[in-house]
Write a protein that binds this ligand. Sequence first.
Ligand code: SAH
Ligand code: SF4
Length: 378
Amino acid sequence: MRDATLGSISSYELRLTFLKFKARVLTMVDSLEGYSYGALEQMLSSAGVNPVHAKPLFSAVQRRLVSKDLSAAEGILPPVARWLSTGNAPVLCPSKQTDCRPSGDGFTEKYMLRLADGAEVEAVRMGFSGRFTACLSTQVGCAMGCVFCATGQMGFSRHLTAGEIVSQAHHVERGLRESHGERLRNIVMMGMGEPLHNFEPVMEALGIITDNRGLNIGPARVAISTVGHIPGILKLARHPKRYSLAVSLHGASDEERGKLIPVNKKWPLADLIDACREYTEIKRARVFFAWTLIGGVNDSADHAFRLAELLKGIDAHVNLIPLNATEGYGGEATDETNVRKFQDIIQASGLPSTVRQRRGIDVAAGCGQLKASRLIKR
Ligand code: SAH
Ligand code: SF4
C-alpha cells in the first residue's frame, strides 16, 4: 500500500518534471537557427565565452548553413566547441523533408517539412534563375478560419518558433545552392499560418534572414502577408525594418468579406483600411492588396467598382489571384475573361494591379494544400 502510494507520487513527480521540461522546450529554448547575432553574443557572454566568437558561429549557421558537426566547422574554436558540447547550448535543428513535389512547369517545388515534435509544415520554392523566392510557414495550421483556405480548414495547432521559420529558409536555400548554384532573392510569408498572429518569432526570424552576415536578403525583398490583423499591422508600421506588406482583402464590404474571412468581425474593413493608410504614411511604402477571385462570389463588375472605391487615395497595388479550389470549399476560380474584365475596371479607376496565377497547382501549391491532401489520403 505504502509502496503503491510512493510509486504514484514518484510517477506524478516524473510527469510534472516532464511537463515542465516540455513547457521549457516549447516556450523558451529555440534551436540554434533561431538565435540572432546579438542573442548569440549575449548567450556566449553569460556562458563565460568571449562574445567575439559569435561572428564565426553565426557565419557557420546562417551563411554557410552548416547542418551537422558544428563543433568541427571552419572557424569554430575550442572555447565554442566546448560550450556546444556542454548540453546547455542550443542545438541545430535542420528541417526534415518528408515530401518534395516539383511542379510540371518547373516553376514551383513544394516541401513538406517535419518539425521536432512531429508536426508538419510546408515551404515552397518559386521562380526561376536569378529570381528565386521562398514561401515560408509561420504556424502549424491557422486560427483565422478563412473558408476557402486549406490551412484555415485544418484549424490551429501551434505557433512556429523563430528557429523553425529560419530553418525553412535554410532548407530552400540549401536545395537551390545544390541544384542551381544560386541564392534565394525573395522571401514571402505566405505559407501556412497568419504571420502577424505570431509577431515576435516572425520578426526575430526575419531579422536573422535579412542580416547581412547571414542569408542577407534585403528587407524590401521580404513580403509579409496578413489576413488583416490590425494590431500586427500597426506594430509593423513602427518596426525599424521596412518589409513589404500584403493584405488579403477578397471583399469590399463587411458583409461579403465576413463570409469568407470570419475575423473580419473582429477587425472590420473601415478599421483595416485606416491601419493600412497609417502604414503607408509611416513607412512611406505602398501596400499590396490580395483579391482572390471566386466565380460568382466576388468577381463581378460591381465588386471591381467597389474595390476601387474602397482603396481610393491609398498607395495601393492589387494582386488578383484566381481561387485555387480546395476540398473543404465549394467555390471555383473566376475564368480568364472575367479576370480581365475585373482588372480593366480597377485599372481604369487608376488602381494598379497584377494578375497572379497560383503556379504549381499540380503540386498542391496553394496555402496548406499539400498537407491537406496528405491528411485526406491517410
Ligand atoms: N495568413 C496570411 C498569409 C498566408 S495565406 C494571409 O491570409 O494573408 C497567403 C495568401 O493565400 C492569402 O492572400 C490567402 O487569402 C491566399 N489563399 C489562401 N487559400 C487560397 C486559395 N485556395 N486560393 C487562392 N488564394 C488562397
Ligand atoms: Fe490563415 Fe491566411 Fe489561410 Fe486565412 S488565408 S486561414 S489567415 S493562412
